[in-house]
Design a binder for this molecule. Structure first.
Ligand code: CA
Length: 651
């Protein structure tokens, strides 16, 4: 599959690739410079407005044709908080568009706004330092929707659904248990990963008194924060300041911030600014039809040089201006491998510690040769970029596409090798690819060059929550039995090599109950109401045991270097899997520093396993986990039904 467009010709690229760093509006107190990329335009007029959505322009300025297909103008005077659009004439038709590089916008992102960015900085923002450096394999990612975080009554927060909920300190629920940032600190996560928080289109910012909800995978303005999370979406500078306050508060508490970025498609292709300014440049098209690898109506064209530049410029802007510490790419395989590697290079120049990971798949095949797509199987070709391991996700609890399918923790047979593959952080292990063994499940080829390229998870915002999936697929089981499965899933996650990732609230059995759904839980809550989506902080008390189990696993992982191996070679050398028994995976990790013995028993019955030579201490069992030894063991060890056990050899 390949596009046929003049935009990919050498002639076009040579003539119309602009490499400067001054696209958009560059503000200073005395004047503002505008530059827009519009190589096919016959004319471009700059419209200046007093208001973000109403009224007619108070000034119209004809822009001049400049280098490499750009148009420019400089307007004197202090233009801070002046709204603007471009009126672009192409093929005889005139359309009004927001600046693709707009850094601020009016309500619903209909007009851009010139902004004095310095004036939006909260006190101390320019001096703030990012939290301590975290290597990818040392990270613990926590995936959170800004509204879900605070909207429930039990959050104990005042600024419900807003960026500013994050600046509230020492929040608690009705039981006086910690909520919000304090809860995350207590849990021990290193990065909060925010669902889309750039300006998206599915929530009407002018009607915030009406409860509305969306995950936000429908981009409108890539370089502007979403307005509905701000206290005032009508004034462009407010959301910028509040977004920065949120980042600052998280940083102050030692938590790094990852943004979920959705460069792969836009809310409405025909209405998207770049489509009006340079028709059909931003998207891949198959003859007259938008290609649709996103299954959302369009796919962007990262292989077009100015789209690639746009992505890189946008990411660098968020990293520099908002101090963002990482990016999660939605449907990353719609982008090409070259672009992803260029992104890594550009972000390295800002901070090598910026974490990058993404979904190594598309919804449908993109209009790009397969071998050029940033697919999971090509992750090893993108150093410094990780992909989600759907291999481990589905092996642990059953496929996300089959509601009733069980997984390893719920007793599904023949998944032991897939769990082993997950344990290696998708780097593989020679014992998994033996020619003399007929495997019952196909073992994927190793796709990560090192564990730091593999994000392990068992649930995220998509599909059922972990708890709901386990309940739906194990309807004959008691709550106690399902809790054991959940704990085993968590133990596998946090003892596997790679980068652990959890869906916010997983640690307090987050659930999305919805009576209108077939099994009583919402499987796709992208536009469900708050009742379905919100984190119910008042469930913390009844699930405090699970919370402490996650907390203990995170603490143990952080204290145990051999769970965070850095290279494929180390994994190969240090890990030794013991022969598989049905429902049992057991192995040792042997490093210069320590020896661990780890076993996962998915059977309902207890099993007895032989420990290696020496004296061991238990840190994780069916009930507890943490950094304090629970008991001393030697010789053989009993592993309870549906549980994990982790032991460390005594020095
Ligand atoms: Ca919006």
């Amino acid at each position: 599959m390949k596009e046929n467009t003049i935009y990919l010709t050498k002639e076009f690229e040579e003539k119309y690739t602009y490499t400067g760093n001054d696209l958009g509006s560059i503000y200073s107190k005395n004047s503002t410079a505008f530059r827009v990329y519009a190589p096919t335009a016959e004319s471009v007029v700059l419209n200046l407005y007093k208001d973000g959505s109403k009224g007619t322009p108070f000034e119209k300025i004809e822009m001049k044709q400049a280098e490499n297909g750009t148009y420019t103008t400089v307007v004197s005077g202090d233009l801070n908080k002046v709204y603007y659009t471009y009126e672009v004439k192409v093929n005889g038709k005139t359309k009004e568009a927001v600046d693709p590089y707009a850094k601020a916008a009016g309500v619903n992102g209909l007009r851009g706004m010139v902004v004095d960015l310095k004036a939006t900085n909260p006190e101390g923002f320019e001096q703030e330092v990012r939290p301590e450096k975290v290597n990818p394999e040392d990270a613990v990612l926590y995936e959170l929707h800004i509204r879900d975080f605070s909207i429930d009554e039990s959050s104990g927060m005042k600024n419900k659904g807003k960026y500013t909920a994050f600046i509230e300190e020492n929040t608690v629920n009705g039981d006086k248990l910690k909520t919000g940032i304090e809860h995350m600190k207590e849990l021990g996560i290193t990065h909060v990963h925010l669902l889309p928080s750039f300006d998206y289109g599915s929530v009407d910012e002018s009607k915030l008194e009406v409860p509305q909800y969306n995950w936000g995978y429908d981009p409108v303005n890539y370089n502007v924060p979403e307005g509905s999370y701000s206290t005032d979406p009508f004034h462009g500078e407010v959301r910028i300041k509040e977004f920065k306050q949120m980042v600052q508060a998280l940083h102050k508490n030692g938590i790094r911030v990852v943004m979920d970025v959705v460069y792969n498609h836009v809310f409405d292709a025909e209405e998207f600014c770049y489509q009006k300014i340079v028709p059909d440049y931003f998207f891949r098209k198959d003859k007259d039809k938008f290609a649709d690898g996103s299954a959302c109506g369009n796919e962007t064209a990262s292989n077009h040089l100015m789209v690639r530049k746009y992505m890189i410029d946008s990411l660098c802007y968020w990293a520099k201006e908002y101090h963002i510490d990482g990016f999660r790419f939605d449907l990353m395989a719609i982008h090409d491998i070259i672009t992803m590697n260029e992104i890594r290079k550009a972000l390295n120049e800002i901070d090598e510690n910026i974490i990058i990971y993404g979904e190594g798949w598309a919804a449908e095949a993109p209009l790009l040769p397969e071998e050029e797509c940033a697919l999971k199987k090509y992750t090893y070709q993108m150093p410094g970029i990780a992909a989600f391991s759907d291999d481990l996700r589905d092996a642990v609890k059953g496929s996300v596409f089959e509601e009733l399918e069980k997984g390893f923790v719920s007793g599904e047979p023949d998944l032991e090798e897939l769990i082993q593959f997950g344990v290696t952080g998708a780097t593989g292990h020679s014992s998994l690819y033996r020619k003399d063994v007929v495997y019952k499940q196909e073992i994927p080829e190793p796709w990560a060059a090192s564990p730091s390229q593999c994000v392990n998870y068992s649930s995220c915002h998509d599909n059922y929550t972990l708890w709901d999936k386990l309940v739906v697929s194990n309807q004959d089981k008691t709550k106690e039995e399902i809790i054991a499965m959940n704990k085993l899933a968590a133990a596998i996650l946090f003892t596997s090599q790679g980068i652990p990732f959890i869906h916010a609230g997983e640690e307090i059995l987050r659930s999305k109950p919805d009576e209108s759904s077939e099994y009583g839980y919402q499987e796709n809550s992208f536009k469900s109401n708050d009742k379905v989506n919100s984190i119910k902080w008042n469930t913390k008390k009844e699930n405090i045991d699970m919370f402490q189990y996650y907390q203990g696993l995170i603490a143990f992982r952080k204290a145990t270097e051999s769970l965070r191996l850095k290279s494929k070679e180390e994994v190969e050398e240090a890990i030794e899997f013991f022969p598989i028994q049905p429902g049992v995976v057991s192995y040792v990790i042997n490093t210069k520093k320590e020896t661990l013995f780890i076993a996962y028993n998915a059977n309902e019955k207890d099993i007895t396993l032989q420990l290696p030579e020496g004296e061991f201490e238990v840190y994780v069992n069916k009930k507890q986990s943490g950094t304090k030894p629970l008991s001393k063991e030697k010789g053989t060890i009993q592993v309870e039904g549906v549980s994990a056990i982790v032991l460390k050899k005594r020095d």
